[in-house]
Ligand binder design. Structure first.
Ligand code: 3HC
Ligand code: NAI
Length: 704
């Protein structure tokens, strides 16, 4: 038998063990081996029941994602046909689910008449996260097994459920106590089924999956969710497929699912989300650092500064069960910080996301202190004090005195030079930047800023701990703003400038949200604070001293105390959470433009807004790649998707540039360089790497 399957016959039972590490992805070779093994068991007269399981425990993570978009995806034997074949078995088939059954993996289990799972197993249909829908019968078989509503929930959320919930829903027939006893329990289950002459497949539990649901269930589901879906295709296709399961006989429903699946697979949105899936896995690989490099052990963490960021950072570690010492200068600040953390957890309790007991457990992991001596045994210290070089350097001098050798010393600075901070210690190799995003307990991006002296094991250890606390860590080199904020600068600059030239904030933001960005950049500035933006800019004035109009509108709003949402006025007017256009901003723009001699135009099109904002964002990203600040284009995409609300189904700015065409982006930049007078001449300079890529006929962004 093929090495992809461990096939055994034990008396009247055939055991088919999927053996394609790491996750038994159901690519063509494994599919062929599975079908082969099934036919063999079917044909063996001694075999009366068949158990399909993961040979090393883990059942399967579903279809092989790397096959999508290629011939291999439906190459014979294709998964939907294999599963139809399995459902025709005259012998009971039992799926023994260890660890995970996801996507096509769960669909494989659904094609079996019976399912047993270990207590820690997770079962889900996460296809929607890849811009897909379940395409091997899941949209038709799951509603018939557990009813349309819970089935739809699983597919729309893409979130796996745990084994006890699966048992409750009837998705599992049995629970095994543990991974170790799973196979024995499956054997016992098979024996019971045979002893009771159980049918190869029990009757469908929900012959009418929508029975009991209101007649307008699907219409109202669509209506209430569509605004949230924006232009995403996959949720709409999932809904159509589940609806079909309630209207059509199984065979026709499966055919309909197949059509919808192909539509999803062929979509640019799914290609973008598949790119993101692999980008997330790639980000952990750092050239020159071996995967086997021994890492430092992180059991105790300390955070300095219990303000907005420090508190959120500390919560991340407590959430992962790691004890944290939180240091402040004064007792009041410490009490305030700890009280805020408790308040945040209480909100989670109110929302049912945390129990009271979990809240207390987490608070117990957080120890406040006013003395550096309590940091002596910390394995990782993260500084989140005020953004002032002198203060940070003083903190690091002290850390150098008190921390144990080998402790990792990290700064959460957003704009200061990590190397200059490291330089005040006698151990710059142990210093690194860990740039969390606000709110730090929520945002998934973590820029891991590698200083020029940072040791490889310090980098690798922080990447690992970043993952452990649920972040998406991305390596950045040292530069002003690192990857994310440095790219934000030209993007936001064009947005400000467009308002100066005659657009309204709502028009600029509208173009960006039409692309499904969570927020337009001017609304984002209002949220982050026009004042915060001003202060960061103020620390870097020399870089744009030649341009009197540079972010001039932001400077004017700052002078007027229009700091954004927090003061109720910024680029917009705010009443509570409601945002309104403010004619006064237009008046300010008119006045400042007149003072600077900037011509205002009534003919700024949405296309111009799109191109100027996004091409400048893309251009800066390509420049960062060329400078080696970013290791790869896909890392830049992750930064923008997880830190700045760029939609995953557009794939991040670098992937988006590739879909637009690099030549189109370059031509646009050159065009505005020529058309925008001195502003164009000053700022619309194509990144040399972009020019080289286009000259070489490349369609992908890579360093050449
Ligand atoms: N196809 C191909 N490769 C996969 C894969 C899949 N379905 N799932 C995981 N892998 C690969 C990863 O790329 C990674 O490879 P690498 O080591 O070369 O980078 C390796 O397996 C391990 O994955 P992770 O690093 O993500 O390991 P974790 O332990 O953190 O997570 C996991 C494991 C929970 C299985 C996670 O990988 C995951 O969520 N995978 C995707 C599951 C999924 O979306 N399944 C549905 C696929 S679509 C489908 O089935 C369509 C069907 O309806 C027809
Ligand atoms: P904050 O003002 O809310 O908190 C700073 C805290 O540090 C205060 O509680 C203060 O009492 C304490 N502190 C100051 N000096 C100290 C010292 N010497 N020892 C101990 N505690 C001290 O500021 P915030 O927003 O939390 O920012 C902290 C750092 O995080 C800054 O470097 C900032 O640039 C960075 N950052 C901020 C982001 C944000 O959105 N607020 C995002 C990413 C990074």
């Amino acid at each position: 038998m093929n090495s992809l399957i461990n096939y055994r016959v034990e008396g009247n039972l055939a055991l088919i063990g999927l053996a394609r590490p790491p996750v038994n992805a159901l690519g063509q070779p494994l599919r062929a081996a599975l079908l082969d093994a099934y036919e063999r068991a079917s044909a063996n007269a001694d075999v009366q029941a068949i158990v399909i399981h993961g040979d090393s425990g883990l059942f399967t993570a579903g279809a092989d994602i790397s096959e999508f978009g290629s011939e291999a995806s439906f190459a014979a034997p294709d998964l939907p046909s294999i599963l139809v074949r399995l459902t025709q078995s005259s012998k009971p088939l039992i799926a023994a689910i260890g660890s995970i059954a996801l996507g096509g993996g769960l669909e494989l289990a659904l094609a079996c008449g019976y399912r047993i799972g270990e207590a820690k197993a997770r079962l889900g249909l996460p296809e929607i996260n890849l811009g897909l829908l379940p395409g091997a019968g899941g949209t038709q078989r799951l509603p018939r097994l557990i009813g349309a509503e819970p089935a739809l929930d699983m597919m729309i959320s893409g979130q796996p459920i745990n084994a006890s919930r699966a048992l409750q829903l009837g998705l599992l027939d049995r629970l095994a106590d543990s991974a170790e006893t799973l196979l024995d329990s499956a054997r016992a289950f098979a024996a019971e089924l045979l002893a009771s002459n159980a049918p190869a497949r029990p009757a469908e539990r929900f012959a009418q999956p929508a029975a009991g649901l209101p007649a307008d269930f699907f219409a109202s589901f669509r209506a209430s969710n569509e605004p949230r879906w924006k232009s995403r295709l996959a949720p709409r296709l999932v809904l159509a497929a589940v609806e079909a399961s309630c209207r059509l006989p199984l065979e026709q429903g499966l055919a309909r699912e197949g059509e919808l699946f192909r539509q999803a697979e062929d979509s640019a949105q799914s290609a973008a989300l598949r790119h993101v899936f692999f980008a997330e896995r790639e980000a952990g690989r750092i050239p020159g650092i071996d995967a086997d490099l021994p890492l430092r052990s992180i059991e105790k963490v300390a955070v300095i500064g219990a303000g907005t960021m420090g508190g959120g950072i500390a919560m991340n570690f407590a959430n992962a069960g790691i004890p944290v010492t939180l240091l402040e200068q004064k007792a009041e600040a410490l009490d305030r910080g700890l009280a805020q953390i408790r308040k945040n957890y209480e909100i989670s309790v109110k929302r049912g996301k945390l129990t009271e007991a979990q809240l207390e457990q987490r608070m117990e992991l957080l120890q406040g202190t006013l003395g550096y001596a309590d940091l002596a045994d910390a394995d990782l210290v993260i500084e989140a004090v005020f953004e002032k070089m002198e203060i940070k350097q003083q903190v690091f001098r002290t850390l150098d005195e008190v921390c144990k050798p080998g402790a990792i010393l990290a700064t959460n600075t957003s704009s200061l030079d990590v190397d200059a901070i490291a330089a005040v210690t006698r151990r710059p190799q142990d210093v690194i930047g860990l740039h969390f995003f606000s709110p730090a307990n929520v945002m998934r991006l973590l820029e891991v800023v590698r200083g020029k002296a940072t040791a490889p094991d310090v980098l690798a250890t922080t990447m690992k701990i970043g993952k452990r606390i649920g972040k998406i860590p991305v390596v950045s080199g040292v530069c002003f703003g690192f990857i994310g904020n440095r790219m934000l600068e030209p993007y936001n600059r064009e947005a400000h400038r467009l308002v100066l030239e005659g657009s309204t904030p709502a028009q600029v933001d509208g173009v960006l949200t039409a692309l499904d960005l969570n927020m337009g950049v001017l609304s984002m500035t209002d949220l982050a604070g026009v004042d915060v933006n001003f202060l960061v800019r103020d620390g870097n004035r020399a870089a744009f001293a030649n341009d009197p109009s540079y972010y001039i509108l932001g400077d004017e709003l700052y002078k007027l105390g229009r700091y954004g949402q927090k003061t109720g006025r910024g680029f917009y007017l705010y009443e509570g959470r409601d945002r309104k256009d403010d004619p006064e901003v237009v008046e300010i723009a008119e006045r400042v433009a007149a003072e600077l001699g900037v011509a205002r135009r009534a003919d700024i099109t949405n296309q111009e807004i799109h191109d100027r904002c996004l091409f400048m964002l893309i251009n800066e990203g390509i420049q960062l790649l060329d400078e080696g600040i970013a290791l790869r284009a896909s890392d830049i995409d992750l930064v923008w998707i997880n830190g700045y609300g760029f939609p995953g189904h557009v794939g991040g700015p670098m992937h988006y540039a590739e879909t637009l065409g690099l030549d189109t982006v370059l031509a646009g930049i050159r065009r505005y360089r020529d058309e925008l007078g001195s502003h164009g001449e000053m700022w619309f300079q194509p990144a040399p790497l972009l020019e080289r890529l286009v000259a070489a006929g490349k369609t992908r962004i890579e360093k050449i």
